[in-house]
Design a protein around this ligand. Structure first.
Ligand code: DSN
Length: 434
């Protein structure tokens, strides 16, 4: 396949090879990233990219839908089985549009909702003042506890009782501990709020049985398909069939939550679904149903624990002093490096360690140059690395933190990293990239 790109567009061909070279020669620790299988890549590059198919299976606007209908149905059925969901929509283009569709379906402009504050590990679409969620709706943030750095469910309940939001989001993007979906649901029921769980980061852990599931509690669940779930760039929305709050919040006669969500996605927000991505989602869900995926999810968590333990042994402070999931958040302040996240991220890049600068709870520094680093183990676990490699990577990270201005040391670490990763090729027989 790549021979065609090489012939037509050598510049793009060269950049793809350079990106392949970058990922093969470094350690990818951004916790929202992963490496998909060649089967998923091939589905993404398939002829389904050519098709338009506005609508849903058997209810489309254009002709020629026989195979698109079949692939969308397969993706839906597999997702239902994987997560135990009553209804699934596989059309959302990505996580933010998926969340937007849920807001569009359930809330009116200006309605109140609660989400985890971004500085405490929440996502942009959970109420940030610069995002549609914070601009068009009234966001009431909940924070983590100042001492424990954990989500305090009593505090969430207190805010919910005072504010009476129409929706509460249980979710994380930079929170290294478990989410308690059942407790969130109890609060939602107490205050008559919809419960949206955005499980984008932990979907693979849930499927693998190493994190509690939001089912059967939550009303609506969104997830991207490309993080721990290891599928293509995209998202899905899952929900209950019935709208338990219909009589309180809606005047129309339809009590069907599934239909409300579907019509928010199309025709409410999106046009034609990306059928090549739907095909790749189907492939990824098939992979996630295999017993090996459970081993994978289990190893992600074991690797994160091993890396966290070694980082702390090397004197690196972690938010909440550890992790329960796939990610860790380094607090640079105890090292006197508060507000130096950007410099540290760039020093890690020089050592072929890819992670991202991130805010830590209650930092004074700006989010553009924050006081933390976020890292996780989904991608390195996909490569087959285990606890010993995590220990080695943690030691390298600690060395970079303590020597971030020393070019010679960064270069030495880069060489050591390259040598270590050589034993864990990502795409070993990737002949299509020749
Ligand atoms: N950008 C994703 C992350 O890194 O967590 C969330 O959308």
């Amino acid at each position: 396949m790549m021979t065609h790109i090489k012939e037509i567009d050598p510049e793009t061909h060269d950049l793809i090879l350079q990106e392949l070279n970058r990922i093969e020669n470094g350690v990818e620790l951004i916790p929202s990233e992963n490496f998909v299988s060649r089967a998923v890549l091939q589905a993404m590059g398939s002829v389904f990219t050519n098709k338009y198919s506005e609508g849903y299976p058997k209810r489309r606007y254009y002709g020629g839908q026989e195979f698109v209908d079949a692939i969308e149905k397969i993706a839906i059925d597999r997702a239902k089985k994987l997560f135990g969901a009553e209804h699934v929509n596989v059309q959302p283009y990505s996580g933010s549009p998926a969340n937007q569709a849920v807001f569009f379906a359930l809330l009116n402009l200006g309605d109140k909702f609660m989400g985890l504050d971004m500085s405490c590990g929440g996502h942009l679409t959970h109420g940030s003042p610069v995002n549609f969620s914070g601009i068009q709706y009234k966001a009431i943030p909940y924070a983590v506890d100042k001492d424990t750095e954990l989500i305090d469910m009593d505090e969430v309940r207190k805010i919910a009782l005072k504010e009476r939001p129409k929706m509460i989001i249980s979710s994380l993007t930079a929170y290294p501990r478990k989410l308690y979906f059942e407790e969130f649901q109890e609060i939602c029921e107490e205050v008559d709020a919809y419960h949206l769980s955005d499980i984008s980061h932990i979907a693979g852990l849930i499927v693998g049985g190493v994190h509690d599931s939001p089912f059967p509690f939550t009303d609506v669940v969104t997830t991207t398909s490309h993080k721990t779930l290891r599928g293509p760039r995209g998202a899905i929305i899952m929900c209950k069939k019935e709208d338990r709050l219909h009589d309180k919040y809606h005047s129309h006669t339809d009590k069907n939550l599934a239909r409300l969500i579907d019509s928010a996605v199309f025709p409410g927000l999106q046009g034609g679904p990306h059928d090549h991505t739907t095909a790749a989602k189907a492939v990824a869900f098939e992979e996630a149903m295999k017993p090996e995926f459970k081993d994978y999810a289990n190893q992600i968590v074991k690797n994160a624990k091993a890396m966290a333990d070694e980082l702390m042994a090397q004197g690196v402070k972690l938010v909440t002093d550890g992790t329960d999931n796939h990610l860790m958040l380094i607090d640079l302040r105890p090292k006197g490096l508060g507000g130096k996240g950007k410099q540290l991220q760039s020093a890690m890049d020089k050592a072929n360690i890819t992670l991202n600068k991130n805010s830590v709870p209650f930092q004074e520094a700006s989010p553009f140059n924050p006081s933390g680093l976020r890292l996780g183990t989904p991608a390195v676990t996909t490569r087959g690395m285990k606890e010993d490699e995590m220990k080695f990577i943690a030691q390298c990270i600690a060395k970079v933190i303590d020597n971030y201005k020393d070019k010679a040391i960064l270069e030495k670490i880069r060489k050591e990293i390259m040598e270590m990763v050589g034993a864990f090729p990502i795409y070993p027989d990737f002949t299509m990239l020749e």
